[in-house]
Design a protein around this ligand. Sequence first.
Ligand SMILES: Nc1ncnc2c1ncn2[C@@H]1O[C@H](COP(=O)(O)OP(=O)(O)OP(=O)(O)O)[C@@H](O)[C@H]1O
Length: 278
Amino acid sequence: MKRVPLMVVPDRTPSTIHAALTDVTRIYAGQKGKPPFHALGPVSLDLQAGEFFSVVGPSGCGKSTLLDVIAGLNAASSGTVTFEGAPVRDKVPEGVAIVFQEDATFPWLDVYDNAAFGARRAGVAENEIRERVEHALAFMGLKAFTHAYPAQLSGGMRQRVCIARAMVVRPRLMLLDEPFGALDQQTRLLMGEEMLNLWRETGATVMLITHSIDEAVLLSDRIGVMSSCPGRFIETIHTGWSRQRDSNTALDPRFGELTAKVWGLLRGEALKALGNQS
Ligand SMILES: Nc1ncnc2c1ncn2[C@@H]1O[C@H](COP(=O)(O)OP(=O)(O)OP(=O)(O)O)[C@@H](O)[C@H]1O
């Protein structure tokens, strides 16, 4: 198979800041006479170009809000958000792709057209799209299903279609909001390995939101641990893994140390979040 370079980012060094949040908060307007709701922050975060950054935090602490703010889908109430040095406002910047937990395939389109969707909207030429889609579908193990419809696929395969669609637009930043949350454990592990392959192949920066501490520790260069709502970063942990990591990395004694560290930080926050709900 011809290898197609998925992206080219000029002049990148590992220490380059790719996306940045400075003192960002998000306060939602109160509904039906209720007071405004402070969901996030203040948070400051520098995503380094090419890193794999995961965010963990208690349920409802503002993780999706954080991702939406970086993506330009949700406006910060205060503070600044930049992507590649430019302010992020009101729309998803060119070069950013998002994969959500929910099945976001279009049931009336086959796998090929689902994967091509974003690139067509971006005005990419059809012959270029064909090359990219064929590569992405082969990469995600979907080649044999090119003309299948979502209803004919498993949940894991549909999620792979969504990741293929994100690949086809050649993102420089991929934002993943619990994309494997609805999948069984085995599929989830395999998808994690596929995400690592994708990250290595594209050189993209990845920010993953996950409820799984194991997944965060296995996949990431850094893990941002958030407090209960309103979410702030209580600590950022460097895993120190090589780029060539895979599921065998879980056998490294440091894996257990790191998961214990993350859980040690999260436990109290998770209890607070439970208390807030009762
Ligand atoms: N549009 C909105 N209006 C008002 N409140 C909102 C809105 N969106 C989210 N919230 C509230 O903000 C808080 C943070 O929500 P968010 O979905 O960002 O958390 P999360 O950490 O992603 O949650 P989970 O772990 O359950 O997926 C929650 O209490 C949620 O109810």
